[in-house]
Design a protein around this ligand. Structure first.
Ligand SMILES: *Cc1c(COP(=O)(O)O)cnc(C)c1O
Length: 378
């Protein structure tokens, strides 16, 4: 039987179970305990953030953000169409209308040149997504937001340990949200983290995090009893999740180094196809870094991509396409005004993700790239 190379394989550093046992044996397994604190301290220090809160997913971090930004029915929020549903969902749930912007020609990030024409008196927020962990043009986005009094919420789900002109992604906008879903670089099964960069939001973020109560203040001894003070939900993960996550955090440099090595090999081996104009490879602007979250290629047509997926599958290589543009989704259909977003559609049809995970080997990447070159040289 032929050996198969899966698209993704979660990597365990070895300490996850040990830390879970420690958490369980300590007798404290609900949220905001020792491991949650360790995760918070680690992330705040490593990425130079004011305040972070672990959440049960990136989606939850974005939901907290939508609540914090006071998104209400009638508001408009600008997001790219080529993204995961979670970028839109929290705002739609608050009753807002999402306004879709097209992607760049060079990469799937939001085309900053298109943002200003989408702003109306109803616009309340911009949600840039750092696709594949590659930074959006943040200084321009921040300037547009400042000029128009908008909140910037970074969907940094894929962007851990990646930077915009030296500043960590997710720490530039008013709020940022990361994912630790098992398909991301750093994982806890399901999991996420909210960064509260605008200090005005810190107090309320803690309250929304813990069911609308001022429990955090109570535990710091700032008030002598706690109770219901605002809206909120239960956004904090248990210590079983945060203990697992802390083991991953401790090994972030090891994980990143390996992923980057594999990523660079993909890039190097596929350069000849790019130079021949057969495929497009990820474009990393001067202001951005690469965190090796994802390696993708962009084919010329949908048919070509489908054939390539099948060709690789025959060789035991699992490659996958990515987002279906949200402006063409079944749910959004009822609101869609028919405006074309050609770059977003192009990525929907032609972008192909290749296997990338810690346990992938150099030999695997050599084999995969060899097969891709073979496909194009047939
Ligand atoms: C993975 C991902 C999410 C969702 O993350 P969860 O932790 O699963 O909620 C949101 N946005 C983007 C861009 C993602 O890649």
């Amino acid at each position: 039987m032929k050996h198969t190379i899966p698209f993704n394989k979660p990597f365990l550093t070895g300490k996850e179970v040990q830390y879970i046992i420690d958490a369980v044996e300590s007798g404290k397994i609900s949220g905001n305990g020792k491991y949650t604190q360790l995760c918070h301290e680690f992330f705040e220090k490593k990425f130079n953030v004011n305040k972070v809160l672990l959440t049960t997913s990136c989606t939850d971090g974005l939901e907290m953000s939508a609540m914090l930004a006071n998104i209400e029915p009638g508001d408009e929020v600008i997001i790219p169409s080529y993204t995961f549903v979670s970028t839109a969902l929290p705002f739609v749930r608050q009753g807002a209308k999402v306004i879709f912007a097209d992607s760049n020609l060079e990469n799937p990030n939001i085309d900053v040149n298109l943002i200003e024409e989408l702003i109306t008196p109803k616009t309340k927020a911009i949600v840039p997504v750092h696709y594949a962990g590659i930074a959006c043009e943040m200084s321009r986005i921040m300037n547009i937001a400042k000029k128009n009094n908008l909140v910037v919420i970074e969907d940094a789900a894929q962007a851990i340990d990646s930077y915009y002109r030296g500043t960590a992604l997710g720490t530039i906008g008013d709020l940022g949200s990361f994912s630790f879903h098992e398909t991301k670089n750093i994982i806890s099964g399901e999991g996420g983290l909210l960064t509260v960069n605008n200090t005005d939001f810190i107090k309320r973020a803690e309250i929304i995090w813990e069911k609308g109560t001022n429990r955090a203040e109570f535990f710091r001894g700032e008030v002598n009893k706690y109770g219901w003070v605002d809206i909120g939900s239960s956004f904090l993960p248990s210590e079983i999740i945060s203990s697992f996550l802390f083991a991953q955090f401790e090994n972030i440099d090891l994980i990143q180094e390996k992923r980057k090595k594999l990523w660079n090999l993909y890039r190097e081996n596929l350069e000849e196809l790019r130079a021949d104009g057969r495929i497009m490879l990820p474009h990393i602007p001067d202001f951005a870094t690469n965190n090796a979250h994802m390696f993708y290629i962009v084919c010329s047509t949908l048919e070509e991509r489908t054939q390539l997926i099948n060709y690789l599958k025959e060789e035991g290589i699992m490659s996958v396409f990515h987002y279906l543009s949200l402006h063409k989704s079944e749910y959004y259909h009822q609101y869609y005004d028919g405006k074309e977003l050609p770059n977003s559609d192009h990525y929907t049809d032609c972008l192909l993700r290749l296997p990338l995970y810690y346990d992938l080997t150099i030999e695997n990447v050599e084999f995969i790239t060899e097969k891709i070159i073979e496909f194009y040289k047939r």
